[in-house]
Design a binder for this molecule. Structure first.
Ligand SMILES: *Cc1c(COP(=O)(O)O)cnc(C)c1O
Length: 397
C-alpha cells in the first residue's frame, strides 16, 4: 500500500526510528521530505470496488488498501505519523486525532460501544481528562481510586483503567507493572504525554493503549494540535471506526508537522530534561521554594510550591512565557489551580495533591543560566517563614 510505510525492524534504536520510521518508502518514491497530501477526496472510476472497500472498512476498521476514498477515513501523510509513533512506542498501530481530548473521547466511545461505560481512574489526570470522565458528557461512569484500589474498583462493566504517569500537574508517578497486574483483563490506558516514548514505553509494561496529547512534546514547537493513541491492531480498528463515524480527524498539515516533530523528539526531550533536572535542584535549594516535584523517570517538567504568592511568579517572568500547555522548545509556566486544572472541582483538585501554591513549568531548550536568572527574579524576595521547618524538598527522585 502506497501510504503505509513498512513496519520498522524491531531491533532499531529509538533515535534511528525517530528520523526513519514512517519514511521507509521515500527513496523509492524519489523523495527526501515526506509528501503532504491535502486531498479531501480521491478519484475512482470503479464504484463497485469502492463499495467493497467501504464495506470492509465499516466491518473491520482495518486500514484501506489503496487511496482513502475520503479524507475522514484516512490520510497518507497522517498515516506516516501514525506509523512512526507506533514504532517509537513499540505498538502494532497508532490512530491520530484532532487533539488529545478527541483521542480520549474516541477511546471512551469505543469502550461504550461494547457496553462498557465504567472507567476506573487514578488522580491526578490532566484537568480536561478529569472533567470528561467526571461530567459524564459521554455517559461515562468513573470510579476514582489510588493505584492500590484498582483491583477492588473493577466491575463487570468496566471498560478501561486510566492512569497518567508522570501525572499532570504534580508529576506523581505510578508503578505501571503493579497497575497492569491489578487490571486483570481490563485494558489499561496510560497517558504518556509527559514522559514521551523517549523516557518511558508503557506498552512494554503491559498497557493496552498509550495516549498522547501530540500538541505537547510530539509536535514540540507549540504550533500544532493533535492527539494519538498507540495500541494493538484490534484496538486501533475500533478507534478508526469511531474516528470515521465521529470525525475527530487530524488535519494532514498537522500530521506532517507531527511527523517532523518526532524526528527531533529524542534530542529535544533529553536536552530539556537535563536543564529541568538542574533547575529542580536549584529550586530545591532555594529558601523561597517550599517543595519541588521532579519525577524519577526524568523529563522536562518541573512543578514547585512557593512560600510567596505563586501568581506573582507568573506575573514576574520575562524570558519564560506565562502560558498553559507544555512541551515546546521554549519554557512555559502556569498556575494549575487557575488554568490547566481550573475545571476540576476544588475539593477534588486539592485531594489529588494540586495545591493552590503549585506552579507547573515546562522547560524548553534555552540556556539554563538565562532561565535561572528569570526564575529567581520572578520568585522575588519572599522566603520561608522564619523558623519554619523545611517540608520535603525533592520528591520522587
Ligand atoms: C494537554 C493534555 C491533554 C489534552 O490534549 P489536547 O491536545 O490539549 O486536547 C491530555 N493529557 C495530558 C497529560 C495533557 O497535558
Amino acid at each position: 500500500m502506497e501510504n503505509a510505510a513498512a513496519a520498522a525492524p524491531a531491533s532499531r534504536a529509538l533515535a534511528t526510528d525517530a528520523v526513519h520510521a514512517g519514511r521507509e518508502d521515500l527513496a523509492e518514491l524519489g523523495l527526501h521530505a515526506p509528501p503532504l497530501d491535502l486531498s479531501t477526496t480521491y478519484p475512482s472510476y470503479d464504484a463497485a470496488a469502492e463499495a467493497a472497500r467501504i464495506d470492509a472498512f465499516a466491518e473491520t476498521g482495518a486500514r484501506l488498501d489503496g487511496p482513502p476514498v475520503y479524507a475522514r477515513l484516512d490520510n497518507p501523510t497522517t498515516a506516516r505519523f501514525e506509523t512512526a509513533l507506533a514504532a517509537l512506542e513499540g505498538t502494532e498501530a497508532a490512530v491520530a486525532f484532532a487533539s488529545g481530548m478527541a483521542a480520549l473521547t474516541a477511546v471512551l466511545l469505543a469502550r461504550a460501544a461494547e457496553g462498557l461505560r465504567h472507567v476506573v481512574a487514578v488522580r491526578p489526570l490532566y484537568g480536561c481528562s478529569d472533567h470528561l470522565l467526571t461530567a459524564g458528557l459521554l455517559g461515562t461512569e468513573v470510579t476514582w481510586t489510588d493505584p492500590a484500589g484498582i483491583a477492588d474498583a473493577l466491575r463487570p462493566d468496566t471498560g478501561l483503567v486510566m492512569v497518567e504517569t508522570p501525572a499532570n500537574p504534580t508529576l506523581a508517578e505510578v508503578d505501571l507493572r503493579a497497575v497492569r497486574h491489578a487490571c486483570g483483563s481490563v485494558p489499561l490506558l496510560v497517558d504518556n504525554t509527559f514522559a514521551t516514548p523517549v523516557l518511558q514505553r508503557p506498552a512494554e509494561e503491559g498497557a493496552r493503549m498509550v495516549l498522547h496529547s501530540a500538541t505537547k512534546y510530539l509536535g514540540g514547537h507549540g504550533d500544532v494540535m493533535g492527539g494519538v493513541v498507540a495500541c494493538d491492531e484490534e484496538s486501533a480498528r475500533a478507534l478508526r471506526r469511531i474516528r470515521f463515524a465521529t470525525g475527530g480527524v487530524l488535519h494532514p498539515l498537522a500530521g506532517y508537522l507531527l511527523l517532523r516533530g518526532l524526528s527531533t523528539l529524542p534530542v529535544r526531550v533529553r536536552a530539556a530534561s537535563r536543564t529541568a533536572a538542574d533547575l529542580a535542584r536549584r529550586l530545591a535549594a532555594d529558601p523561597r521554594v517550599a517543595r519541588v516535584h521532579y519525577p524519577s523517570v526524568g523529563g522536562a517538567m518541573v512543578s514547585f510550591e512557593t512560600y510567596g504568592d505563586p501568581l506573582e511568579v507568573v506575573a514576574g517572568v520575562r524570558l519564560i512565557t506565562p502560558a498553559v500547555s507544555l512541551g515546546s522548545v521554549d519554557t512555559l509556566i502556569q498556575h494549575p489551580a487557575s488554568i490547566s486544572h481550573r475545571i476540576v472541582d476544588e475539593g477534588d483538585r486539592r485531594s489529588a495533591g494540586v495545591s493552590d501554591r503549585l506552579l507547573r513549568m515546562s522547560v524548553g531548550l534555552e540556556d539554563v543560566e538565562d532561565l535561572w536568572r528569570d526564575l529567581t527574579g520572578a520568585l522575588g524576595g519572599r522566603g520561608r517563614p522564619a523558623a519554619a521547618a523545611r517540608p520535603a524538598e525533592l520528591l520522587g527522585s
